[in-house]
Design a protein around this ligand. Structure first.
Ligand SMILES: NC(=O)C1=CN([C@@H]2O[C@H](COP(=O)(O)OP(=O)(O)OC[C@H]3O[C@@H](n4cnc5c(N)ncnc54)[C@H](OP(=O)(O)O)[C@@H]3O)[C@@H](O)[C@H]2O)C=CC1
Ligand SMILES: CC(C)=CCC[C@@H](C)[C@H]1CC=C2C3=C(CC[C@@]21C)[C@@]1(C)CC[C@H](O)C(C)(C)[C@@H]1CC3
Length: 462
């Protein structure tokens, strides 16, 4: 016999708990592979045509952000600069703009091997993920903070040596060939996990099993892909927070080193970008277990979208601001710096507190005694705190931080605000995807929740 917290409720919300007991529930009969992995309708991203377009467009945009904003052509593309872009790309004067270098691929593979080796070797705690639909729970290694400290320790060791700062500009000086190496790795992984998912018997993502290649390849067919011999190495969770996020940090440091070599100092704008974007990575590793409650891990498959997004898109487009400041140092001054810092702190506060409220709640903790509503699905939905103000307050905080990352670049070009614009599109789209997923998970209870929490992202606005 098990005892569990029962509930009493006022106006539909839970306001206090009483103790009741309920009989041990017998486990449901084991389902077949086909029952566990029903076919999905290709409705996301405007279907197979949309996913095919995004599959080719996102790498093109990542390259375009370099070739339209760099120290050779400047950062204000004109009709003339765009008209001879093909010639410029083919005759780039330095390694930074070379489309391919085997040396860069070797460095990238060594970096990825470092990420795997530290994942295997460093001390860790194993954290259980959410209950999967086959009744199992995966366990995940959470040693990201150890990894980051060790990696940054090695980086500081390099920087502290004579000539170390000059050496560290290598990442900046090989930007495009490293992007190409990351794209190659992402594509190879996406092909592998897609093909292996037909033989592994792994659980599939409910949204990536339409049977249409360009749809499933992009969205991701396997839910938790592994490789033979390393069954505990979950490629999706590893890629989400290791090689790309920390490479972004190192690329930003490399940009600051290049600026220092050129100017003899690092501008206040670069320091702010380095601190804000660097903290985003550190914060992620501090709260690493909370990613296990997020839709990428619980729901989305691992395909080209997440492979390219994690390994190439994030490190090579999110760092556009730092790369721009390398050849366009902006002096902000104390007043504008203070305004930007205030925006970052507000965004970080909302982002972190909202994510912690949900993560604590999903792990059975409710330290603020937030109200919530019961659902037929069994998982409860917070109806106060940040999750009572909008259905994705964490997105609002994250987008405020995006502004704090881009404002230090000043107002000479709109290109350095690409992240703010892209992120708004991604979060609006993601919130609608999540709403759809939650309506599927919760049915009419989600409609009840939406009535209580009508705003999608920005409280009292949107
Ligand atoms: N920098 C970047 O490029 C990106 C950053 N992010 C950030 O990642 C973070 C995670 O976002 P994301 O992965 O989209 O998912 P979320 O962390 O927002 O989680 C969404 C899930 O939370 C659960 N949930 C929703 N409402 C409630 C509620 N009221 N109470 C309890 N649980 C609720 C639902 O799952 P269930 O009920 O099944 O548990 C829902 O599917 C965000 O902070 C976002 O800003 C996201 C994308 C890109
Ligand atoms: C255009 C394109 C291919 C988009 C891919 C989107 C990905 C870049 C993002 C999807 C969800 C992400 C998350 C983070 C990074 C970007 C991606 C992978 C994240 C790991 C950043 C750090 C945060 O603390 C986070 C852990 C909350 C976050 C999780 C979602």
């Amino acid at each position: 016999m098990t005892t569990t917290n029962g509930t009493s409720r006022t106006n539909g919300d839970v306001t206090k708990t009483t103790i009741t007991a309920k009989a041990q529930v017998s486990l449901p009969p084991k389902k077949s592979y086909a029952e566990l992995n029903p076919k999905s309708k290709p409705t996301e991203f405007f279907g197979p045509i949309g996913t095919t377009i995004v599959t080719f467009a996102t790498p093109a945009v990542a390259y375009a952000l370099f070739f339209t904003c760099n120290e050779v052509t400047g950062c204000n593309p004109s009709a003339s600069s765009l008209s001879n872009l093909a010639h410029t790309i083919g005759n780039w004067p330095s390694s930074a703009g070379k489309l391919w270098e085997w040396k860069a691929l070797a460095v990238y593979l060594a970096w990825y091997a470092w990420c795997i080796a530290t994942w295997v070797i460093l001390p860790t705690e194993w954290i259980e993920g959410l209950l999967l639909r086959d009744g199992t729970r995966k366990k995940y290694k959470m040693n990201g903070l150890w990894f980051l400290f060790l990696t940054l320790g090695v980086a500081i060791g390099v920087l502290a040596r004579p000539g170390g700062i000059e050496h560290f500009t290598w990442l900046y000086d090989h930007f495009v060939p490293l992007l190409s190496a990351a794209l190659a790795m992402a594509t190879a992984q996406a092909v592998w996990v897609y093909a292996y998912s037909f033989f592994s018997g792994e659980l599939l993502a409910l949204g990536g099993n339409s049977g249409i290649f360009f749809y499933d390849f992009f969205l991701g067919r396997p839910l938790n892909p592994t490789i033979p011999g390393l069954p505990n190495w979950d490629i999706k969770t590893f890629n989400e927070v290791r090689p790309g996020l920390s490479l972004w940090f190192l690329l930003n440091i490399s940009c600051a080193c290049e600026q220092y070599v050129r100017l003899g100092y690092v501008s206040d704008s670069m320091w702010l970008v380095l601190a804000f974007e660097g903290w985003y990575t550190i914060d992620c590793y501090i709260a690493e277990p909370s990613i296990l409650n997020q839709m990428d891990i619980t729901t989305d498959g691992f395909g080209f979208m997440l492979a390219f997004g994690d390994l190439a898109w994030l490190p090579f487009t999110y760092g556009l601001q730092a790369r721009y400041l390398t050849f366009n140092p902006v002096q902000l001054g104390p007043v504008f710096s203070a305004i930007i810092v205030a925006i970052e702190i507000l965004g970080l506060y909302i982002f972190r507190v909202a994510n912690n409220e949900k993560s604590d709640f999903r792990n059975g903790k409710n330290p603020k005694n937030l109200t919530y509503m019961d659902t037929a699905r069994g998982t409860k939905l917070l109806t106060s705190g940040w999750w009572g103000r909008s259905r994705h307050p964490n997105y609002f905080g994250d987008w405020l931080m995006a502004w704090a990352w881009c404002l230090p670049t000043g107002f000479n070009t709109p290109i350095t605000y690409f992240y703010v614009a892209y992120f708004a599109v991604l979060l609006i789209h993601r919130q609608r995807r999540d709403d759809e997923a939650c309506r599927h998970k919760y049915g009419k209870d989600w409609d009840r929740y939406v009535e209580k929490v009508p705003y999608r992202i920005v409280p009292y606005v949107y």
